[in-house]
Design a protein around this ligand. Structure first.
Ligand code: ATP
Ligand code: MG
Ligand code: MG
Length: 352
């Protein structure tokens, strides 16, 4: 069968490999770090840096299609890979999701609502930016932030300078604080033929900037649910996207605000492994391999809980509860803030 090349060997790459294997496909992981979680299940691993052209070339020519589990692939590496094999999702999706300023501008251009934002390149921009977004606000680095890293809250003018210093004056964006009632995300998939399938929105709770739980069904009204799905369709269509995308929203009484998009399988979509017949990982592999998409409708209500750092101490108790489906990533050392696994707790047959 065909071989799927996956850039990145973390837990997402691992679960993509498992899904590919179930479809009779092989996977080849490209990962700079040693002992990647995906390495335990993939058919092949290349351990090399993104500036190693020979390794990139050998990787690309050994696979039929290339996908990725993270959005920060260096441009030069992407140029080389793209010249050798199709990269799905495409480059545009990476372009719009690697940089928060470009991302927000793109989303706004589609007519979607985003938080008020302003570019900040140094201390001299801050006052004007705060004027335009209002306070409280959040200063975020434009690139490379995840799990709430590279962000600082700004309540009053005094915090601003400290926030910028904390980020070493990296090019940033200031976002007005959105007073949302809750957060949801939509995991959407688009096939090579343009078909779009969306999983039901999940309701997300973050703790210390890291996703803690996702619950389905989310407490959205029917119009809010429709708005979330319509926004997702619009984004995937505009990008001529192929694969799975995670789209995060803030929910307010008067509508949904798009927070950010991730051009890949997404932590808030892990519930689909036990809530749907076809989960986000299989859907993504189907899409990038050019297969028809599967049926992503939800058969069960689920609470997904991330197991982060010392949460792993609760493993014996979690394993003793027969309603818990456990997914562990095989990471050897437990570190604070490190995603070690997740548990999908089935709460009943699908309702709502
Ligand atoms: P991820 O790990 O999801 O990629 P990230 O580091 O890219 O996270 P964001 O999604 O931008 O960060 O923010 C993390 C969380 O912080 C959000 O889910 C939300 O709870 C809160 N947050 C971020 N921006 C805002 C905002 N403008 N207003 C209110 N809360 C916000
Ligand atoms: Mg993010
Ligand atoms: Mg986020």
């Amino acid at each position: 069968g065909a071989t799927i090349g996956i850039l990145g060997g973390g837990q997402l790459g691992r679960m993509l490999s498992v899904a590919a294997s179930r479809l009779g496909l092989k996977t080849h992981i490209f990962e700079p770090g040693a002992h990647p979680p995906a390495g335990q299940v993939a058919d092949r691993v290349t351990t090399a840096d993104y500036d190693d052209e020979d390794a990139l070339r050998a990787f690309a020519t050994s696979v039929d299609v290339i996908t990725y589990e993270f959005e920060n692939i260096p441009t030069a590496a992407l140029d080389l890979l793209e010249s050798l094999r199709p990269v799905r999702p495409n480059r545009e999706a990476l372009h719009f999701s690697q940089d928060r300023l470009v991302e927000k501008t793109f989303l706004e251009g589609l007519g979607l609502q985003v938080a008020p934002f302003a570019e900040v390149n140094g201390a001299s921009d801050l006052a004007a930016a705060m004027e335009s977004t209002g306070t409280p606000a959040i200063l975020k680095t434009r690139r490379l932030g995840y799990d709430g890293k590279g962000q600082a809250r700004i309540g009053a003018a005094g915090d601003a300078r400290a926030a910028l210093d904390a980020m070493n004056s990296a090019p940033s964006i200031l976002e007005g604080f959105v007073d949302f009632t809750f957060e949801v995300s939509v995991i959407a998939a688009r096939g090579l033929d343009g078909e779009v399938v969306c999983f039901d929105p999940g309701q997300n709770v973050h703790k210390d900037g890291i996703l803690a739980t996702t619950t389905v069904p989310a407490a959205l009204s029917a119009p809010q649910h429709r708005q979330a799905i319509e926004a997702a369709r619009k984004i995937l269509g505009a990008l001529d996207y192929v694969g799975v995308m995670g789209i995060e929203f803030f929910v307010k009484q008067d509508g949904l605000i798009v927070n950010e998009i991730a051009p890949r399988v997404h932590n808030s979509g892990h519930w689909t492994q036990n809530g749907c017949v076809i989960d986000q990982f299989e859907q993504h592999i189907r899409a990038v391999a050019g297969w028809p998409l599967g049926d992503g409708s939800r058969h069960s209500d689920v609470v997904m809980e991330n197991l982060i750092g010392e949460d792993m101490a609760r493993l014996p108790a979690l394993a003793a509860d027969p309603a818990n489906a456990l997914h562990l990533y095989g990471k050897a050392d437990v570190k604070p803030g490190r995603k070690m696994g997740h548990v999908n707790r089935i709460t009943g047959p699908a309702k709502g």
